[in-house]
Design a protein around this ligand. Structure first.
Ligand SMILES: *Cc1c(COP(=O)(O)O)cnc(C)c1O
Length: 412
């Protein structure tokens, strides 16, 4: 395991490029645009290919600008190393592709980002079986385990109804059974939640969301949390089985997940994400405070029927969220008593933007059943606890009174 960070997260993120000795004392890691790297000695080129020497060969699998972001994510998540990808979906797909084989089984939360659920259903067609369970109770995960189960995949705070998985209980279960525990930390990030505290194997992030924070670049990451003894994991390819055990999974992820499938993060996007991440902790402080204020205002409004936010005492996992997370997050959802008035209320918003993204500096709002969860159909939505009139709000960093005032005027 690595030692904890020497400085706080903002100090670490701000200074990490400079401390890596970039060219000319540059404060940002430069954007390296070359996709290939030249060597003077054939032996050096061979050593890089054989993983005996650090170096760059072809940018599909590594690039100096991307490597600088990987260093930042590793520090943020508190892991031993990170591989970045072009999107969060590419990161999640790689974590599955690189470590599971035909006949293996995954237990996943029933409350998942819609595209992640869709992706797992696609894997199920190729011989990696999937069961979806209510992950707010570790017992449900335990009941779904089979001899061929190798992985459990959950999100910290589920989007859009904000259920909080039994992260610690599932972590204990995975540790006892030798299962890979993949925690999608996108909604919380290393600022609000350290997945190592629940023995996660991999911490996955969509960097497109809070990390970058400005809605201008896509990216994803998988961080090895250093909690797994890779000498005991069966699905390690022979080519990587002789590598340092601590590096084995990262090497396999980079080769089998990134090199072979090509979901590469561009240097330009890496730069945008890196600059955005400098204010990550500051933005989260503000948007979590805004989310709490908005959730309380909505819950007190007579037109609102239900508000889902882990920071409200009435939330079913309020105590768990309080115990696990530094703050209860930036995402909330609500239902109006008069479901038929939902679109009219949304149309009256002037500050919040009708948009499908989340984790942006701006507050974004979306009616869920008619958009991001439309393809799943009404039955699956019911299973996931998504009401047809549910509205999701990704709370941004606007001035609190402007934001709360906007929703109150829209509700009328
Ligand atoms: C957005 C998101 C993803 C996918 O990330 P992209 O960068 O959009 O591919 C995965 N998981 C969660 C929880 C997300 O919010």
């Amino acid at each position: 395991m690595t030692s904890p960070r020497k400085h706080g997260i903002t100090t670490t993120l701000l200074h990490s490029d400079r401390l890596g000795n970039p060219e000319h004392g540059s404060l940002h890691k430069p954007i390296h645009t070359s996709i290939a790297y030249g060597y003077d000695k054939a032996e050096d080129l061979a050593a890089v290919f054989q993983n005996r020497k650090k170096g760059y060969a072809y940018a599909r699998q590594s690039n100096p600008t991307v490597a600088a972001v990987e260093t930042k994510v590793t520090a943020l998540e508190g892991g031993t190393g990170t591989v970045c990808f072009g999107t969060g979906m590419a990161a999640l797909a790689a974590a599955v592709q690189a470590f599971l084989r035909k006949g293996d089984h995954i237990v996943a939360s029933r409350y998942l980002f819609g595209n992640t659920a869709s992706m797992l259903n696609t894997f199920a067609l190729t011989g990696i079986d999937v069961d979806f369970v209510d992950a707010t109770e570790a017992a449900n995960v335990a009941a779904a385990l089979r001899p061929e189960t190798r992985m459990v995949l959950v999100e910290t705070i589920a989007n859009p109804v904000t259920q909080v998985a039994d992260l610690a209980g599932i972590g204990e279960l995975c540790r006892a059974r030798g299962l890979l525990y993949v925690v999608d930390n996108t909604l919380t990030s290393g600022v609000l939640f350290q997945t190592r505290n629940v023995h996660a194997t991999f911490s996955v992030n969509s960097l497109s969301k809070h990390f970058g924070g400005h809605g201008d670049a896509l990216g994803g990451s998988v961080t090895d949390m250093g909690t797994c003894d890779w000498t005991r994991y069966p699905n390690i390819f022979e080519a990587y089985a002789s590598a340092d055990p601590a590096q084995r999974a990262l090497l396999q992820l980079r080769k089998k997940g990134l090199r072979d499938f090509g979901g590469t993060l561009s240097a330009q996007a890496a730069h945008s994400l890196s600059v955005g991440s400098e204010t990550l902790a500051l933005r989260l402080e503000r948007s979590c405070a805004n989310a709490q204020a908005l959730a309380e205002a909505l819950a007190a409004h007579p037109a609102v029927g239900a508000v889902h936010y882990p920071g409200l005492p009435a939330h079913p996992q309020h105590a768990r969220a309080k115990a696990l997370f530094r703050r209860p997050g930036t995402l909330l959802s609500f239902e109006l008593r008069d479901a038929a008035s939902t679109f009219a209320v949304l149309d009256r918003l002037k500050v919040a933007v009708l948009s499908s993204n989340l984790g942006d500096s701006r507050t974004l709002v979306i009616p869920v059943a008619q958009t991001i969860f439309w393809e799943l159909g009404p039955e699956r939505r019911r299973e996931m606890g998504i009401a047809e009139s549910l509205v999701r709000v990704s709370v941004g960093i606007e001035d609190t009174e402007d934001l709360v005032g906007d929703f109150l005027q829209a509700l009328g």
